[in-house]
Design a protein around this ligand. Structure first.
Ligand code: OAD
Length: 252
């Protein structure tokens, strides 16, 4: 597959690459994006109806069951060629690679990337909804979708319940993690934006941070995004095709 010349030139010249990913970066591994239809038990629900503190406090077992299902899907999916290409790019001599992801799966890590900032949290971390203590216990993930599942109680404070350590709608991002994301963008000489619709802030503001510093921004997205006016170059291609093509062409 031929990489557009402008994109290839930027990729070849870059030494400090930061990749910003969204749900589209995981789509080819089998994790549905946010704007895709939900399946099974959750067909009629939008993530916005479940991924909120209000939904949690109204009915914790319902939200816990939805996350248990999403965690099972994420755990059984495997990284695709795009995840592996990002890691391979980062292993090249003289290249520093940082990944900033809005995704709560661990496909970048399992694909070999080492420096990954999860600005929206992780499906694989859990914390108390009262004292914030991290939960270290083992989770029981049902094999089939269930409508409700009782979350564990917090053994630290004895008052709270264990919830996903994920940033829900209406919640603030972890300042330390988002600070690291801004640093990763400001310290880059190329920002590659992959598979995000660019509508959820503050993550969607990161390409603008790069632009303000004169750092070139390229996008890999088969359908384009709301970020179109903040990009130097957009390539309408799937992550699993475009990223390996770029990395393969670096030496040509
Ligand atoms: P979205 O579901 O909004 O957007 C997915 C994007 O991926 C779209 O622009 C698609 O065109 C693109 N896409 C689809 N298939 C692709 C592929 N194979 N390769 C590359 N791109 C592809 O997901 P996000 O932008 O990640 O927040 O959503 C941002 C945030 O909104 C999420 O992190 C989540 C959500 O609500 C929280 O949970 C806080």
């Amino acid at each position: 597959m031929d990489v557009p010349a402008d994109i290839l030139e930027l990729a070849r010249g870059a030494r400090r690459v930061t990749v910003l990913t969204g749900a589209g970066a995981s789509a080819e591994s089998g994790i549905p994006t946010f704007r895709d239809a939900q399946t099974g038990l959750w067909t009629n629900l939008r993530p916005e109806d479940l991924a909120t503190p209000e939904a949690w406090y109204r009915d914790p077992p319902r939200v816990w069951a939805w996350y248990a299902w999403r965690t099972r899907i994420a755990a059984t999916c495997v990284p695709h060629a795009g995840h592996r290409a990002i890691a391979e790019w980062g292993r090249r001599d003289g290249v520093t690679m940082k990944v900033v992801t809005q995704n709560v799966d661990d496909l970048h890590e399992r694909g070999g990337s080492e420096d990954v900032a999860h600005v929206h949290g992780s499906l694989f971390r859990h914390k108390c909804d009262v004292c914030n203590a991290q939960y270290r216990g083992v989770l029981d993930l049902p094999v089939e979708q269930v409508e409700r599942l009782e979350p564990p109680d917090c053994e630290q404070c004895g008052m709270g319940r264990i919830r996903p350590d994920i940033v829900w709608f209406g919640e603030a991002l972890d300042e330390r993690v988002f600070g690291a994301a801004i640093e990763a963008v400001e310290g880059a000489d190329l920002l590659v934006v992959v598979g995000t619709s660019g509508i959820v802030y503050p993550a969607a503001g990161l390409p603008g941070v790069a632009r303000a510093q004169g750092i070139p921004v390229i996008e890999i997205n088969p359908h384009g995004s709301d970020l179109f006016d903040q990009l130097d170059h957009a390539w309408e291609v799937a992550a699993g095709k475009g990223l390996p093509a770029i990395v393969a062409a670096l030496d040509d």
